[in-house]
Design a protein around this ligand. Structure first.
Ligand SMILES: Nc1ncnc2c1ncn2[C@@H]1O[C@H](COP(=O)(O)OP(=O)(O)O)[C@@H](O)[C@H]1O
Ligand SMILES: [Mg+2]
Length: 285
């Protein structure tokens, strides 16, 4: 079982979009995939269709989500918290997040072992999954730390805009400090698979001149590898997560992966390409 964290401390760069569509592309390649949502905003939980009604009365996630996994040593193994999601086919297992993560952070910081619980609970399901993909909050908080401590590999989606690029120094420093912690656990540093160009303008002039320079900047100035795959700014990618289904009296969220929504789109083929590149890099091809 290989564990991949998708992280950048900036929001809106395509982390969640990467997590749900990469997971979908991997299941189409017969990989058994588990998604873990570690962001209190629960965007991945939403994008995988686990939030049916945006109403507290129907909140069936509150008592069984990633927070319980991180809080209780004895109870709440992954197998008891996981949900089957049909936002894509074949279906994917998801450990959902909940808004409660936000307020719980302070308490969790005082529970020394909580940082190690996700890793040890994942070890217990190592025979059930080929790949685990962890979504993270756009911050340097405890949950981002746990994601980096837990995973074998890291993908850093970035729109490559100057602000996101400057953020790469924060990402690098953050990883460095988590690697110290990993060392104490006798684990090697997390392997950076690369910066993934994401939400990139399809404007011809931009692609031909500016994009190349920005990619070089990341390699030269930040000394980070960059994925060969580019995920362009595609309306289909935004739309597939916003699908709804009419239930007579109301519309309910019915998000889909790009492969369910537009299997023949350019975005779908870009995510197929990404899946191939990731499998190659983690030695699963
Ligand atoms: N490649 C893309 N093309 C078009 N829209 C995108 C793309 N990637 C993400 N988006 C949209 O941009 C917004 C932020 O993306 P998201 O994946 O949630 O970023 P993050 O998780 O980093 O905050 C969402 O509304 C999403 O639908
Ligand atoms: Mg997100």
């Amino acid at each position: 079982m290989k564990t991949i964290t998708v992280y950048h401390n900036k929001g809106g760069v395509g982390k969640t979009t990467t997590v749900v569509n990469l997971a979908a592309a991997l299941t189409q390649r017969d990989k058994r995939v588990l998604i873990i949502d570690l962001d209190s905003q629960a965007n991945t939980t939403f994008a995988t269709g686990l939030i049916k009604f945006e109403d507290e009365i129907f909140d069936d996630i509150k008592d069984r989500n990633v927070l319980q996994v991180l809080t209780s040593e004895e109870l709440y193994p992954i197998s008891e918290v996981v949900r089957k999601s049909t936002y894509t086919r074949p279906e994917v297992d998801v450990v959902p997040a909940h808004l409660d993560l936000m307020n719980a952070e302070k308490d969790l910081l005082n529970i020394e072992y909580s940082r190690l619980l996700l890793r040890s609970k994942l070890e217990a399901v190592a025979d059930d999954y080929d790949i685990v993909i962890i979504d993270t909050p756009p911050s340097l908080n405890l949950y981002a730390r746990i994601a980096i401590i837990t995973a074998d590999y890291l993908i850093i989606p970035s729109d490559l805009k100057p602000f996101a690029n400057q953020g790469l120094n924060n990402v690098k420093n953050f990883i460095k400090s988590q690697n110290v912690f990993r060392k104490q656990m006798m684990r090697e540093p997390i392997k950076i698979l690369g910066v993934l160009p994401s939400k990139i303008s399809t404007n011809n002039k931009f692609v031909e001149s500016t994009l190349k320079k920005r990619i070089e900047t990341i390699q030269d100035r930040y000394n980070l590898p960059v994925f060969e795959t580019v995920i362009y700014d595609r309306e289909d990618l935004a739309k597939c997560a916003e699908q709804t289904v009419n239930l007579g009296m109301m519309d309910a969220p019915d998000p889909r992966s790009i492969f369910e929504f537009r299997p023949d789109s350019k975005a779908a083929s870009e995510f197929h390409h990404l899946a191939e590149e990731v499998l190659e890099k983690i030695g699963l091809r």
